[in-house]
Design a protein around this ligand. Structure first.
Ligand code: MG
Length: 318
């Protein structure tokens, strides 16, 4: 079977990315991040304008870095949802235009499935139980009978969203990300352990960081009992995530490592190149879909802000 090259376009939140993947090989994966001022979140309109301003340059960058031309691309994949409306539309319009201009098939991809498939590709974990921690969702997910099933999730606020809001209230910098800065402040607290040298934000950051890591850890720890009727996890992947923010949070990874050691499971954690939203993860999920015959017709190439992981029929796994 000839090699299949997929272009992936991602822009569901404050990152916009273009990635090229050919049969499991990431050829290029540039991205840009919209960073609002401290105390502000990323508003849909502003974020969409940011993406509009750089998506074509990113496309050129991806092709140049991969040494490819448009004729080498077999399929154009884009994020169909979930995410913020205006940024999603921006990227979908670019994807639709390219597909028609280049006369290539189009594929709408579920963002969360993109994270899971990228995690599987990068870590080599074949069938992991996934702790998915991001701005929009905090879930325990496992594959069963052609779906990524959700075995547990937060119903109040996703961990990433909680960190974002916390940073806004305290006017913590959004550069490179609120979660990263919160973790650094928490580390200072853990390192000094001295109530006289620290300030209130450090103390609260440490408390929040420990709290959300514990919450994820506890759910993951109890999750296998719930999933036991379906499978006995031998591997865990920490997926998704605003990289150094949530899933990339070192404390969370340490706690997951301990849980896995206790249960004889292996932990797979994705690094920040691939767990922060990026184009290659959409290309990789698109590649899996495309090779099993899926294509999105032009009239069906809309976006949706709500799109649960278990709505997708997983045609590429046994
Ligand atoms: Mg994401």
């Amino acid at each position: 079977m000839p090699a299949v090259t997929v272009l992936g376009l991602e822009g569901s939140a404050n990152k916009v990315g273009t990635g090229l993947v050919r049969d499991g090989q990431v050829l290029s994966n540039p991205r840009r991040t919209f960073v609002p001022a401290p105390g502000q979140g990323f508003l849909p309109g502003q974020t969409a304008r940011h993406h509009q301003g750089c998506v074509l340059a990113l496309l050129q960058e991806a092709l140049q870095e991969a040494g490819l031309e448009s004729a080498d691309v077999d399929c154009v994949a884009y994020t169909k949802g979930p995410g913020m409306g205006a940024p999603l539309v921006t990227v979908a319009v670019v994807a639709r235009t390219l597909a028609q201009l280049w006369n290539k098939p189009l594929l709408g991809v579920n963002h969360c499935v993109g994270h899971i498939e990228m995690g599987r590709l990068i870590t080599g974990a074949q069938n992991p139980t996934v702790l998915y921690v991001s701005g929009g969702n905090t879930q325990v997910i496992a594959y069963s009978e052609r779906r990524y099933r959700i075995f547990g999730e937060t119903i109040d606020i996703a961990v990433g969203n909680c960190l974002d809001r916390f940073a806004r209230v305290l006017k913590i910098s959004n550069d490179p990300s609120p979660g990263y800065n919160i973790e650094q402040m928490a580390k200072k607290r853990w390192l000094t352990r001295c109530w006289h040298q620290e300030n209130a934000p450090q103390r609260i950051s440490a408390s929040l960081s420990r709290r959300h890591s514990s919450r994820c850890w506890w759910r993951s720890r109890s999750g296998p009992w719930r999933t036991a009727a379906h499978r006995r996890p031998s591997s865990w992947a920490v997926s998704a995530v605003r990289a150094r923010t949530v899933g990339g949070n070192m404390r969370l990874q340490e706690m997951m490592q301990i849980m896995c050691a206790e249960r004889g499971a292996k932990l797979f954690a994705t690094d920040e190149r691939f767990c922060i939203d990026n184009g290659a993860m959409i290309a990789q999920a698109g590649w899996e879909m495309f090779r099993t015959g899926q294509v999105t017709q032009l009239e069906d190439s809309w976006i949706t802000q709500r799109y649960r992981t278990d709505e997708v029929e997983v045609t590429w796994r046994d």
